[in-house]
Design a protein around this ligand. Structure first.
Ligand SMILES: [Zn+2]
Ligand SMILES: [Zn+2]
Length: 301
């Protein structure tokens, strides 16, 4: 395993995670798993090659509704990502339950019975059904495999997102999936004093504006069929915005500044009570099907 140091960023994330657990002790196990992965993700040096794309190419691709990284030869360092997957699996095996599921996963990665290159290409192409098939063929837990591989890809995705986002400046993208990597939207933010609505990608960290008072999934703007669900007096701080037309919901949090990419998963965890509330009321999380995760019985991480 790599020798890692807790950086300032990781320390900030760990602090936030612990606050989350203090407020919601039942999230302790999930938080511990994430905490085990954080230093490894932070120290990962995947050094992805810069992707080659011009502003015109970006405009053309987004105009067709295609995420920028889709079908792009990104020259991913597969060995480095496979190494990170193996390190993550080992860290999770030490913390997670069922231990056996994590152990099987680690062994499949280390012995290379699981072909990492093909698996990662499927994930970058959004072909999650193929990931489920690869897991089935080796009797691995498909949800754990997807979650592990997606986490291992995050450091590279964060780099590509930082590189590609400036090219998308001013190009409209009113979709429920990410304009950089194609993953389904994780949550929405009301940013700054103007409370401008932005959607965020939990995979690469991308941030794109969206009209307020319209459903992210079906575009419904009829206020009679749009509503909020929230806990206690927290409506202005964190809520689920629901749509009765498509029965979808998205979690919305108020922020001064955009949440750093690495912290998005933690904020998703910190608002998990909104998932319970919305699902109890018969709503489905927007874009969970975009990743085909729902279809394959997988969870987003
Ligand atoms: Zn993304
Ligand atoms: Zn809707």
């Amino acid at each position: 395993m790599k020798k890692v140091d807790h950086s300032e960023v990781t320390a900030g994330l760990v602090k936030r995670l612990r606050t989350v657990v203090q407020e919601a002790p039942h999230l302790d196990e999930a938080a511990q798993l994430y905490e085990a992965m954080l230093p490894l993700l932070d120290a990962a040096d995947l050094d992805p090659a810069p992707v080659s794309m011009t502003a015109d190419q970006a405009r053309e691709k987004m105009g067709k509704g295609i995420p920028l990284l889709r079908d792009l030869d990104v020259g991913l360092n597969v060995d480095a990502v496979r190494g990170l997957m193996s390190d993550l699996a080992r860290a999770l095996e030490a913390k997670g339950r069922p231990k056996e599921a994590y152990r099987r996963l680690r062994i499949a990665i280390e012995k290379e019975t699981l072909e990492a290159g093909g698996l990662l290409s499927h994930i970058l192409a959004g072909e999650y059904d193929q990931v489920a098939s690869a897991a089935d063929a080796l009797a691995l837990d498909p949800g754990l495999l997807l979650s592990l591989a997606r986490n291992a890809l995050k450091p590279a995705l964060h780099t590509w997102c930082r590189q590609l986002s400036p090219l998308a400046e001013g190009i409209p993208w009113e979709k429920e999936f990410c304009f950089v990597c194609g993953a389904g939207v994780l949550l929405a933010e009301l940013q700054g004093n103007e409370q401008a609505m932005h959607l965020r990608c939990g995979q690469c960290g991308a941030d794109w504006p969206h009209r307020r008072l319209s459903c992210v999934q079906c575009g419904n703007e009829d206020h009679r069929t749009l509503g909020y669900l929230y806990a206690g007096d927290q409506r202005d701080k964190m809520r689920a915005e629901v749509c009765d037309k498509c029965k979808g919901y998205i979690k919305v949090i108020a922020t001064f500044a955009p949440t750093p990419a690495g912290l998005l998963t933690v904020e998703d965890l910190a608002t998990v009570h909104l998932d319970y509330i919305a699902e109890e009321h018969g709503y489905c999380r927007i874009a969970s099907g975009q990743d085909s995760c729902a279809k394959a019985g997988m969870q987003q991480t």
